[in-house]
Design a protein around this ligand. Structure first.
Ligand SMILES: C=C(O[C@@H]1C=C(C(=O)O)C=C[C@H]1N)C(=O)O
Ligand SMILES: Cc1ncc(COP(=O)(O)O)c(C=O)c1O
Length: 269
């Protein structure tokens, strides 16, 4: 089911700038037992993205009400996607004069394979393709997802379930659908995302939890060797929450102490 500006419909105008230019952003929300998870973090990223893109904000109270009603469909786990477009207007790339914000809210079944990933862990590949750096867009979950589409093709061709993506300077960034964390000794690491990548809601929740337990972490620039030298690795996104990584190339990871600590904390609050 999809709501466009609160009305049930399945179409957008062909002139919509989301279709024309990817002119907008989105977020993907986990629903658990009819409850919207991490709403404040999703809202904060949407607000920041619309501010950076200079897209007029919608009525957030109305948006949340629509999301909360859709969430009632899921007594167990489900997903809700909010896509916000600048709408139709402007002249070519120039958005000047376009004040037609469109909000598309849709729901979907939770990917059941994530439960197996959470319990058994996964193996990650390492993509050959390299992500471009775009500081103007870095961190946003904007609608320009062609890099992820091409990376996903590489993952499928290689027969991986997911893979690490690097930028043109061989900095580790994230996977095709998730952020990346690893622990080496008593420090947790995650890539800085000021050049490219999605600043995930679950990534922020993990950083918040590490602050709460006063655990040392570093957000910075790292090569794949740093990940291969880790004691444990896990990936995060709003739908899968946390998934442990068992192996990357020939390197195997047996420890899950930080994963277990964060998993317990995430599911206790
Ligand atoms: C691609 C979407 O969302 C991304 C994909 C996932 C997923 O496959 O688990 C979760 C959140 C986003 N990283 C989408 O169309 O919602
Ligand atoms: C490329 C990419 N990186 C990271 C994430 C994690 O973001 P979140 O934690 O908001 O789901 C996603 C999911 O939206 C993604 O598509």
């Amino acid at each position: 089911m999809a709501l466009v500006n609160g009305c049930e419909q399945q179409t957008l105008a062909i002139t919509d700038r989301a279709t024309q230019y990817g002119d907008g952003c989105f977020t993907t929300i986990l629903v658990d037992q009819q409850c919207v998870q991490l709403w404040s973090l999703h809202l904060a990223r949407l607000e920041l993205s619309l501010q950076r893109l200079a897209i007029a904000a919608p009525n957030w109270q109305q948006i949340y009400s629509q999301v909360a009603v859709l969430a009632l469909k899921y007594p167990n786990k489900g997903g809700i996607k909010i896509l916000i477009s600048r709408g139709s207007g402007g002249r070519g790339y120039n958005p000047l004069g376009c004040h037609d914000t469109q909000v598309v809210i849709s729901d979907f079944e939770w990917p059941l394979h994530y439960q197996q990933w959470q319990q058994q862990g996964i193996t990650l590949g390492v993509c050959q393709q390299r992500m471009g750096n775009s500081p103007m867009l870095a961190g946003m979950k904007h609608l320009n997802r062609l890099e992820q589409v091409l990376l996903k093709q590489e993952v499928e061709t290689a027969g991986w379930v997911d893979a690490i993506a690097l930028d043109g300077d061989d900095r580790v960034i994230e996977t095709t659908v998730a952020n990346l964390f690893w622990r080496h000794g008593n420090t947790v690491y995650t890539p800085a995302l000021q050049r490219t990548g999605v600043a995930g809601v679950m990534r922020q929740q993990v950083l918040n939890m590490l602050d709460e337990i006063n655990y040392d972490y570093q957000v910075g620039d790292f090569g794949v060797d740093a990940v291969l030298a880790a004691d444990e690795v896990f990936i995060t996104n709003s739908l899968m929450a946390l998934v442990p990584v068992n192996q990357i190339q020939t390197t195997q990871y047996c420890e899950r102490t930080m994963f277990k600590t964060l998993w317990k904390r995430l599911h206790s609050c």
